[in-house]
Design a protein around this ligand. Structure first.
Ligand SMILES: *[C@@H]1O[C@H](CO)[C@@H](O)[C@H](O)[C@H]1NC(C)=O
Length: 325
């Protein structure tokens, strides 16, 4: 009886804490104030057909950009594209199939972009999953979609980004990180396993993405491309629904939406880092609530050995070299 009471109090306390954090985040959320237009620019948003990615893509379309959205689902892609056109009045929107869990798909997609697009000014790596299984390429799907496939795509598109940027206005890469990286680990052995809990793989993938963002920015010094990570905060999106219990997932999405940020609110920091004039020369940083934050003070970030090992292991896993510089 007493034990039950303790368990009950613990659950209640945790729930109340989560609600307070969520409500706090919702109420302190900042909105991107930039009115900058993107006429003549081309932008690409992975996972730009639902949730936060759709909000980011719609915002870019309203600013006049040519918008490419990519996702692995045909129906969602077409309806996402139509929604962007409908809400922005900009017809220059295309949907392309991209499955980040397959290297072949990433290569095919990138080859199409390189051959058929004249420029690429902004790449928003927004897509992410929480499904833990082993892919055809032999990696944990969370690690491959959120990190390895995303980095492969970035590498393949770098020459076009470099070509489209200039000193005054570098092209921008935005990587979607997460506060969960605080409990992440750099654990190369786990990249090809699926024995741990999915959340740990998720946190690991986001930590790797945050660290790699910083390392890549160092290696892109002197180029015409900047790269930053953004933390959207706690946002109610489909990511919680897939891979977990559907009813539980839906409940989490409900609470995350109404007691924390909705996708439009969550999209603001990605939009800010992508378009804001003041952010245009910032590279290797971590944005939260439309500002550079010091949240990257995890010991991992200053460990040169870990970051070098991460760089080497990542390039080996995607079988690439840095294509520019
Ligand atoms: C470029 O676009 C054309 C026309 O849509 C298409 O047939 C071709 O396959 C594309 N190139 C690549 C490399 O995918």
């Amino acid at each position: 009886m007493a034990l039950l009471l303790i368990i009950y109090s613990v659950i209640t306390t945790i729930s109340v804490l989560i609600l307070i954090i969520g409500l706090y985040q919702k109420n302190t959320n900042t909105i991107c104030q930039s009115k900058r237009r993107l006429d003549g620019k081309t932008v690409l948003v992975t996972g730009g057909t639902s949730g936060m990615g759709l909000e980011v893509a719609t915002d870019f379309a309203r600013r006049g950009a040519r918008v490419i959205v990519a996702c692995p689902f045909q129906e969602e892609g077409i309806s996402g594209k139509e929604s962007i056109i409908w809400n922005s009045g900009n017809k220059n929107v295309v949907f392309e199939h991209l499955d980040l869990s397959k290297y072949d798909s990433v290569k095919k997609f990138a080859a199409n972009i390189i051959e058929n697009e004249t420029r690429l000014d902004i790449l928003v790596n927004n897509a992410g999953v929480s499904i833990s299984k082993i892919t055809k390429d032999g990696f944990n799907m969370i690690m491959q979609v959120n990190y390895l496939g995303t980095i492969l795509l970035t590498f393949l598109l770098l020459p076009l980004l470099e070509k489209s940027g200039d000193e005054e206005e570098p092209s921008r890469i935005i990587n979607t990180a997460s506060v969960s990286h605080n409990v992440g680990k750099v654990d190369f052995d786990s990249w090809k396993t699926k024995t741990g809990i999915p959340f740990q793989y998720y946190a690991n993938s986001k930590l790797c993405l945050s660290l790699f963002t910083r390392e890549l920015s160092k290696r892109l010094k002197g180029s015409k491309v900047v790269v930053n990570a953004i933390d959207p905060g706690v946002v109610g999106t489909r990511i919680y629904k897939i891979g977990t219990n559907y009813i539980l997932g839906s409940l989490v999405v409900f609470f995350a939406t109404y007691f924390s940020k909705d996708p439009w609110e969550g999209a603001q920091t990605a939009i800010h880092a992508s378009v804001c004039e003041k952010a245009r020369k910032i590279s290797g940083e971590y944005f939260f609530n439309c500002k550079v934050t010091k949240k990257t003070k995890l010991p991992w970030f200053n460990d040169i050995k870990v970051n070098k090992a991460l760089w080497d292991n990542t390039l080996e896993a995607i079988d690439q070299k840095l294509p520019i510089n």
